[in-house]
Ligand binder design. Structure first.
Ligand SMILES: NC(=O)c1ccc[n+]([C@@H]2O[C@H](COP(=O)([O-])OP(=O)(O)OC[C@H]3O[C@@H](n4cnc5c(N)ncnc54)[C@H](OP(=O)(O)O)[C@@H]3O)[C@@H](O)[C@H]2O)c1
Length: 371
């Protein structure tokens, strides 16, 4: 049990780009969480990151010992997608809380296993959907649910970047590719904006000439939701950067950009257009990784179920899985109707100031994402 002044002690599992660039600096902005340990296979990271943050480094072989050491309360799992599951399972079985990077796993079977285990574990699990605590996103979702934009009819989005084939994303098949990695953002956004789960999925993909990815590097997905609402998104690993979405309602259209990224200079922004004209809504950059960690730690300290729980991650995963099947066969995939009780609440928005990110040169043994 936690005392009233205690902080949740986190171990980072996987000292890659997102851990070094964002999570490790960001946690210092919170009032209720502290970085205590790093699990890494890299002796230089073990030495240098442990020293820089005043924490202890552990090897993957000693992960079980760390979970039972009494030195941590929670893990932040930021390994490549295909390697999340064993670290999640071991942590939940040891009663250690899990903040899990998106997508939850790299197969639907793994996501089902994580969901089942969370439901019987005393430990809590949250998918690291940082935008669920970003004020602009929370406002758009809340206003969509309040009917400010009328009856929501359609959503369209693009999210793209120029990824290096050498990055772990570039050579690990569909589950390292642009749909699970980047498509999760528009998918999670539209599920939450509509407040519905899709019932029909179709996808078409292409490989860009001259690029060496072992999967479709550019994919267009179409979704049908209950009430004949439609959504489309296109993601790519092989183009100039792009991030935007348009949500079309019967009273208003909103166009958001930037809408998916993070960083000390990234403030989410949207333009609302009605018959009367247009209005821009701009939001200051916030510490998105600190925000999600502070929220999760509050859930742990106050024994509350986090909103972005294993079910939220699973509901994205079942669509990502359907996209993979549609790409394989060329056919549309029908999904069982599903509903979800929880959605993003207005009070989930947090306003921690962005932490300073280390420069690219300071990141240790990171294979850069961008080509
Ligand atoms: N929320 C967001 O905005 C966001 C952004 C980017 C990524 N992500 C997610 O965060 C996770 C990590 O992404 P990343 O960009 O940080 O990836 P990355 O740079 O490739 O780092 C992954 C780290 O995992 C560890 N690892 C353990 N076993 C490994 C293995 N067999 N092969 C390669 N690495 C192994 C390594 O750390 P050690 O050397 O320390 O062992 C590696 O540096 C992914 O799930 C991704 O989807 C989230």
């Amino acid at each position: 049990m936690f005392g009233s002044k205690e902080k949740v002690r986190y171990a980072v599992v996987g000292g890659g780009q997102i851990s070094q660039q964002a999570f490790m600096p960001g946690i210092a902005r919170t009032h209720n969480s502290v970085l205590t340990a790093l699990v890494t296979g890299d002796p230089v990271k073990a030495e240098d990151l442990a020293k820089a943050y005043g924490i202890k480094a552990w090897s993957y072989d000693d992960y079980g010992a760390l979970l039972n050491s009494g030195e941590i309360d929670a893990v932040y799992i930021a390994t490549p997608n295909a390697l999340h599951t064993p670290y999640v399972i071991a942590a939940l079985e040891a009663g250690i809380h899990v903040l899990l990077e998106k997508p939850a796993a790299a197969s639907l079977a793994d996501a089902e296993q994580i969901l089942a285990l969370q439901q019987r574990s005393k430990a809590k699990l949250m998918i690291a959907y940082r935008l669920h605590h970003e004020p602009g996103t929370v406002e758009m979702v809340t206003r969509a649910h309040n009917g400010d934009f009328g009856d929501l009819r359609a959503f369209t989005a693009t999210f793209a970047q120029n990824v290096a084939e050498a990055n772990s994303r570039g050579h690990n098949g569909y589950w390292g590719g642009p749909v699970p990695d980047m498509g999760t953002y528009p998918l999670n956004a539209v599920r939450n904006l509509f407040g519905e789960e899709p019932v029909w999925v179709h996808a078409i993909g292409t490989k860009t000439p001259g690029r060496g990815f072992n999967f479709d590097d550019t994919v267009a997905v179409t979704l049908r939701f209950p009430g004949d609402r439609l959504a489309q998104f296109t993601v790519s690993y092989a183009t100039a950067p792009a991030e935007r979405f348009t949500l079309i309602g019967t009273k208003a259209t909103i166009e958001a950009s930037p809408c998916f990224m993070f960083g000390p200079k990234v403030g989410i922004s949207y333009t609302e257009t009605t018959a009367e004209g247009s209005k821009v809504h701009k939001f200051d950059p916030v510490e998105q990784f600190g925000n999600e960690t502070q929220y999760f730690s509050d859930c742990i300290l106050q024994d509350r179920q986090p909103e972005a729980d294993a079910e939220e991650g699973y509901l994205d995963m079942r669509v990502l899985d359907a996209v993979e099947r549609s790409l394989q066969t060329g056919d549309a995939v029908t999904l069982e109707p599903r509903s979800r009780d929880r959605r993003i609440d207005a009070d989930q928005a947090l306003h921690l100031k962005p932490a300073k990110e280390p420069t690219k040169e300071k990141l240790i043994s990171v294979v850069p994402q961008s080509a």
